[in-house]
Structures are given as C-alpha cells and as structure tokens.
Design a protein around this ligand. Structure first.
Ligand code: DAT
Ligand code: MG
Length: 151
C-alpha cells in the first residue's frame, strides 16, 4: 500500500522569522519522511487554486495578500496517518487555541499570521501536492531508519 502523503507549507512569516528549520525538525523528529522541498515565491494564480474553498470568505483578500508577502517553503511529508497527525503537529487554525507543544501553539499568536499550512484530508493533500509540485515528488527508501520507527 502506498504511504500517505501531505502538503506542508511554511508561510511567508515563518520563512522571514527563520522558523523553517524548526518546522522541518518537528516532522523529522516525529519520524516522518521528507519527499519534496522547495523555496518559491507564490503567485495569485497558485494561491487562488490552493485556497479555492475559501474564496467567498471575508478574510480571503487579506489571506492572499499575506501569502504574497514573501517566499514560502513547500514540502511533502510521508508516513502513517500523516495528514491528520501533521495537522495535530501544526495546531489549531487560531494559534491562541493551539496547545503548547504544537507549532502554532509555540510560535505565533494571530490567525492571520499562523506560520504554516497543512492539508486537511488525503484528497486535499493529493490536490495540493500536484498543484505545488507539478513535476512530482521523490520516492525513496530509508533502509535503516524505517524499521526503527515502524513496528
Ligand atoms: P487551516 O490553515 O488551519 O487549514 P483554513 O483552511 O480554514 O485553516 O484557513 C486557511 C487560512 O486562512 C488559515 O490558516 C488562516 C486564514 N484564516 C482562516 N480563518 C480565518 C479567520 N476567521 N480570519 C482570518 N484569517 C483566517
Ligand atoms: Mg485549510
């Protein structure tokens, strides 16, 4: 069975604040496997597609301007139950409701500067991965590490 994958993105505030390494570290230390990584400027076109479900929300224009304010770091992570667990590692959408120990709980305060994105379902993850990584992601084996993490 193919391993589950999710799209995790460090938003412009996270990149500018130097938190890329910290966010990568949470997923790496948990035991998940990195299969794609890129630093890139966003575009209105990509963001309209990425956030298509939110286009009628009152905060949508503000969200797009925030996301256009600098480069983002996009990643694809792979592993057991990664979509749901990845969102638990990020914390709640509103950082003030996020438990300490989560990324948003530890490093931010306002919902409009909440540092990171994580796919909300396996279907969204597939859609977001093909949107941000149209050339695909890597398939590779961690020969020694895999058996130290999984039963
Ligand atoms: P999440 O990023 O937790 O999946 P979402 O998909 O509902 O949350 O919304 C996408 C982003 O939009 C979110 O990370 C921050 C912004 N946002 C969501 N709700 C908001 C609100 N009520 N006011 C301002 N920004 C909001
Ligand atoms: Mg979302």
């Amino acid at each position: 069975m193919a391993e589950e994958r999710t799209y995790i993105m460090v938003k412009p505030d996270g990149v500018e604040r130097g938190l890329v390494g910290e966010i990568i570290k949470r997923f790496e230390s948990k035991g998940y496997k990195l299969v794609a990584l890129q630093l890139l400027p966003t575009s209105r076109e990509l963001l309209n597609e990425h956030y298509c479900d939110l286009k009628d929300k009152p905060f949508f224009p503000k969200l797009i301007n925030y996301m256009l304010s600098g480069p983002v770091v996009g990643m694809v992570w792979e592993g057991k139950d990664i979509v749901k667990t990845g969102r638990r590692l990020l914390g709640e959408t509103d950082p003030l409701k996020s438990a300490p120990g989560t990324i948003r709980g530890d490093y931010c305060i306002d919902v409009g500067k909440n540092l990171c994105h994580g796919s909300d379902s396996v279907e969204s993850a597939q859609r977001e991965i093909s949107l941000w990584f149209p050339n695909g992601v890597l398939s590779w084996e961690r020969h020694n590490v895999h058996k130290l993490i999984y039963e």
